[in-house]
Structures are given as C-alpha cells and as structure tokens.
Design a protein around this ligand. Structure first.
Ligand code: SF4
Length: 379
C-alpha cells in the first residue's frame, strides 16, 4: 500500500481496478490458498478472495473471516437505528426512492417531531441514532441539523448523520453540536457508472463526495462510515476492492478514528431501479468475508435491507454493527405510512427480537458503544 499522503482520490487513481478484476476472474486455487495464508491481505490477495475460485471455497473463506472478527472485535455487536428526518431531495440518483424527479409524498420533520421519534427509539433501547436526510440545503440546512443535534444530545449519547456532504466549517459546527459519526457511501467507485446513475444535483460531484469523509475526519468527526451499493456497477468486485482500499487509507491516515464499511445491495424503491448485475447470496457472503480479511480493523455494518436468516448468519461471521426495527420514511416510527420510504426493508423484527437473537447466539448486544469499549476489544 502507498503512504497516506494526499487524499484518497490520488490513491484511487493509481489502483488498476480493471486489472485486479481480471486477475480475480482468472485466479486459480493456488492463488486463493496464498491469499488465505497471507499475513497481510493486499489488493491482489483480495482480488483472489473475490474470485470464482474462492467462491467454491466459501466455507473456508467465511471461517477465516469469523476467526479474524473474533480476534479483533470479540463477540459484541453494536445496535443502532436510522432516524429519517426528511425525504426532501434536490438530487436525482436513479436508484433512490427520494430522487427529486419522483412524484412522492415529501416530509421534513420539525425538531419537535425529530425529538418524538428519538424518544420512541431510546424507549426501545437505542443509544446510537443515525440521522438520515436527502440532499436539500434549505429543508435540512446546517442550521437545522445543528438544532436537531443540540435537541437530541442530552438524551442520545451517540449521534451520526447520513446527509449531503458539507464543508469543513459545517462539519466543525456539527461536531460542536454533538455529532460523533458521518456516513458517506460512495455507492460506486467507477466514475463512468457514477455519472450515469447520479443524473443531477449535489451528489453528482464524484470527487466532492469522495473527499468528504476526509473533510469530516479533519473537522473532528470520530466515526467514519463508507460503503458501496452492490448491483449499481456491473463489476461489483471492483467496488469491493476500491472500498477496501478506501477503508485502509482512512485507517492509516486517521488512526484514532473508527472506520466502518458497508455493502448494501439494491432494494426495491419508488425509483423502480433494477440492479445491473444482481449479487447472489453466496457472492454477498464471499464479498463480506473477503472484505473482513482485507481490512481486519474496520467494523462491518449490516442494515435491515437483508432478510433475517441471512443477517443472523452474517453476524456470526463478520458483522460488528447492525440496525434493527428500522423505518426508512420520515416520521415512520410514530406515524408510519404518512410519507414515502427510501427503500423497503427485509428484516422486520423488533429491536428486542434482534437483541434476543444475538444473546441466544452468544453475542453481547451493545446499544451504546463508547470509545472505551473499542479500546478494550482491540480496535
Ligand atoms: S441517494 Fe440521497 S441524494 Fe440521491 S436521491 Fe436519494 S436521498 Fe437524494
């Protein structure tokens, strides 16, 4: 790996993703064996772990991922809930149910309404909430988010956002108001495909989005979440490789900061978008296992997009953080059905049921993960 000088955009430009994907397609059994035996999994090893040859050794791969997860994270799984504050959006992303061009019911919660949703979620046990909004600089302005954070901070110990990207100054203001984490999924690291699916709006700027995680880290955000939306680009292996390189970069450059990775798969939404290449369940388990081996120190987050049985299996292998009992519409916990959801979820179990599943499987459900806990389990 190269040195963490400069931004990740520079590192990404130097990675031959096409060549690595081709290597993955042609990798042999011996290449997979060498990758599984490597002390440090580099991008070439990762390509071998993402190969058809490795898919034939999925059990071996999953078991190696489980071993590394236990070593680094123990048996603790953090639980969080998304809190959608608005589905107003000025961007048009062709795969999203909130896209500007869609005729859907829009709603932005008042700060009182956000508080009511948050109190409902804390009553269900959550101490870590992820505030989610579309990209609308007026409806969900920086002032609005500061107001929300200041209102929730006294009773929600851990607050993250998944919104539009912001300037350094705004991230600093948000941190001062109580922000702990920022999620920015690049969706796809393929510039051509990125331009095709991000038809209009703020999010269309590939580089701005890519650099935003670094801006957030430099402004004092302590938890950084990145991800690729599988099914968006034809070459899903290239997106997993780029995601691993991105996480590795962030861990090296911001070594005091927690980094998490996610690989959501496209779900049905009002957009009607169909995945270019559906990623099968075995390929999905393979991708997550390979990612764990390549970036052993980053957390892996799993949402309720995936069905219950698959989530239960994945939590036993590499997942370190999961949402539960989620709604993807603004106000969806107190007044479900009053506005448009972003996408449909598959695991509809309550938070208590998910916590009970974790306990039955020998895991500790962690509702609020203080940084001290990470230090004790060696993150
Ligand atoms: S992905 Fe985000 S920016 Fe794009 S349309 Fe959906 S809410 Fe708006």
């Amino acid at each position: 790996m190269t040195s963490p000088q400069g931004g990740f955009a520079r590192e990404l430009a130097a990675i031959d993703l096409k060549g690595l994907s081709l290597y993955a397609e042609l990798a042999t059994d011996a290449d997979v064996t060498a990758a599984l035996a490597a002390d440090r999994v580099d991008l070439r090893h990762l390509a071998a772990l993402l190969s058809p040859a490795a898919e034939r050794r999925l059990e071996e791969l999953a078991s190696a991922a489980q071993h590394v997860t236990r070593q680094r994270f123990g048996k603790a799984v953090r639980l969080f809930a998304p809190l959608y504050v608005s589905n107003a959006c000025l961007s048009t992303c062709t795969y999203c149910g909130f896209a500007k061009n869609l005729d859907v019911t829009r709603r932005t919660l008042s700060i009182d309404e956000v508080e009511a949703e948050a109190r409902l979620l804390t009553d269900r046990g959550f101490r870590h909430l992820l505030l989610v909004a579309g990209e609308h600089r007026i409806e969900t302005s920086a002032d609005y988010l500061v107001g929300v954070l200041e209102r929730l901070r006294p009773f929600v110990p851990s607050l993250s956002i998944e919104t539009q990207t912001w300037s350094d100054d705004t991230y600093s203001r948000l941190v001062a108001a109580g922000l702990e984490g920022v999620i920015h999924y690049q969706e796809t690291y393929d510039r051509t495909r990125y331009a095709e699916v991000h038809a209009a709006g703020w999010k269309r700027d590939f580089d701005r989005r890519l650099n935003s995680t670094e801006r957030a880290a430099e402004s004092g955000v302590r938890r950084l979440g990145i991800g690729s939306l599988l099914g968006l680009a034809e070459d899903w292996r290239a997106d997993v490789l780029a995601l691993a390189a991105h996480a590795d970069f962030l861990l090296r450059k911001y070594w005091r900061t927690e980094v998490t990775m996610s690989l959501p798969r496209i779900k049905p939404s009002a957009s009607g978008f169909q995945p270019l290449v559906p990623v099968t369940d075995p390929a999905y388990v393979q991708a997550l296992s390979a990612l764990r081996l390549a970036v052993p120190d980053a957390g892996i987050v799993l949402s309720t997009r995936e069905p219950a049985a698959l989530r239960d299996g994945l939590v036993n292998l590499m997942v370190t953080s999961m949402s539960a009992g989620s709604s993807t519409e603004p106000g969806g916990y107190s007044t479900p059905g009053a506005s448009q959801e972003q996408f449909s979820i598959s695991d509809e179990r309550s938070p208590a049921d998910v916590a009970a599943m974790l306990e039955a499987a020998g895991f500790e459900p962690v509702w609020k993960d203080a940084f001290g806990l990470h230090e004790t389990v060696g993150l």
